[in-house]
Ligand binder design. Structure first.
Ligand SMILES: Nc1nc2c(c(=O)[nH]1)N[C@H]1C(S)=C(S)[C@@H](COP(=O)(O)O)O[C@H]1N2
Ligand SMILES: [Mo]
Length: 386
């Protein structure tokens, strides 16, 4: 049976009333402690069903089709920051990139005077920029949801750079563009030419910055060296790598090819022609399981489910899980984020399934005010067979 048939079967056939017994998280508090002190015992991990067999933690492919999927299955309180060599990659260093000469940013568009800004002149402005989650809007079960990582960053606040450019009247938006010339076109229809248009208010409110370092070391080539954009709280597709152009534009600026390519994945309505008709590509609140561990001695037969929650404003208290579509949602225990780890927290659930079978692990926030489209649609649902 093919993957899609099997998935349909899992979603419809197996859930029709075969196991109606209740299952749920136990109420004890020991669980979150156990996961933070002892760390995961991955030898007892139950594999997720129906997720493609892609290599994890290993960069492969070239240019626009180059990827590195992060393995999140071992996530623990001590490892919330993803080391750079394991941080996901979507598009590897363009082979036509010349980063041997000193790097300059071209300031263009509705500015008093076009300028070349040597990156070296911005270096004195580099400061710590905080711990942030990054997720590709195309993060799916096909890559074990491994286009998702978190790290601490340093960079130059963008607002300062924009002021230096002396925008003219009518300049209301900012186009940020990166080097994206690859000798081979994408085989997966990824469009070359990374650029996104923002209002200055969006960039200011999100504390956007031009990153030069992650995890206390200079950026690596695959992550956009020597300089990339980071807009905290927005999808990765706006985080242009190898930034080489900043352009003030007006309200009638057309959307960039990149904006159009990612319109659906960033939850736009249709594919708007004008940049001003795009909503912020913000990550709504989300959560998923990262591992299910079989019962071990002293747990009274409970499976330990561990997961992560990120995005939105992280109203973590009301996070709930269910294991089958016909069961009620039950609250999980959310571990407090470690210092500075905003928007990225672990949760656990001790689960005593009533019978063997296939289960669908789906999370949601019990709060009508929390936008959670990708949880509503089951985007992050993961399946196990016990
Ligand atoms: N120049 C350039 N920047 C880019 C891209 C690209 O293809 N070219 N991909 C974007 C997408 S879709 C994502 S998800 C992030 C991924 O950043 P990372 O590879 O450092 O994790 O980079 C963004 N920046
Ligand atoms: Mo992406």
């Amino acid at each position: 049976m093919g993957v899609s048939n099997r998935r349909t079967f899992l979603r419809t056939g197996l859930f029709s009333g075969a196991w109606l017994a209740a299952a749920g998280c136990s109420g004890g508090q020991t669980g979150a402690d156990r996961s933070s002190s002892a760390g995961p015992e991955l030898s007892r991990t139950v594999p997720f069903l129906d997720e493609e067999d892609v290599p994890l933690e290993q960069a492969f492919g070239h240019g626009l089709d180059g990827r590195l999927f992060t393995d999140l299955s071992g996530l623990s309180a001590e490892s919330l920051a993803i080391p750079t060599e394991r941080f996901f990659v979507r598009t590897r260093r363009p082979d036509l990139l010349d980063d041997s000469a000193p790097w300059t940013l071209r300031a263009r568009g509705l500015v008093k005077e076009p300028r070349e800004i040597p990156l070296s002149t911005l270096e004195p402005l580099v400061q710590p920029a905080g711990f942030h989650v990054m997720e590709c809007s195309g993060n799916t079960s096909g890559g074990h949801f491994g286009l998702l990582s978190a790290a601490s960053w340093s960079g130059v606040p963008l607002t300062g750079v924009l002021d230096m450019l002396q925008p003219l009247r009518g300049a209301s938006r900012v186009l940020i563009s990166g080097f994206d010339e690859h000798s081979a076109p994408s085989r997966h229809r990824s469009v070359a030419g990374a650029s996104w248009i923002f209002t200055p208010e969006q960039l200011r409110d999100a504390n956007a910055f031009l990153a030069t370092a992650m995890n206390d070391a200079p950026l690596t080539s695959d992550h956009g060296a020597p300089v990339r954009l980071v807009v905290p709280g927005w999808y990765g597709c706006v985080n242009v790598k190898w930034v080489d152009r900043i352009e003030w534009v007006d309200d009638n600026a057309p959307a960039t090819p990149q904006m159009r390519e990612f319109a659906e994945r960033t939850h736009q309505s249709g594919i708007p022609h004008l940049a001003r008709d795009y909503r912020p590509a913000a990550l709504e609140q989300a959560a998923m399981a990262v591992r299910v561990e079989r019962p071990s001695a002293g747990t009274g037969g409970a499976y330990r489910v561990t997961g992560v929650t990120w995005g939105g404003k992280l109203e973590t208290e009301r996070l709930m899980i269910r294991f089958r579509p016909d069961e009620a949602y039950l609250p999980v225990r959310v571990a407090p984020p470690s210092a500075g780890a905003t928007g990225w927290a672990l949760w656990t659930c001790d689960w005593r399934p009533a019978a063997s079978g296939v289960y669908a692990l789906q999370l949601r926030f019990q709060d009508p005010n929390i936008a959670q489209r990708r949880l509503d649609t089951g985007h992050y649902t993961r399946y196990v067979q016990l």
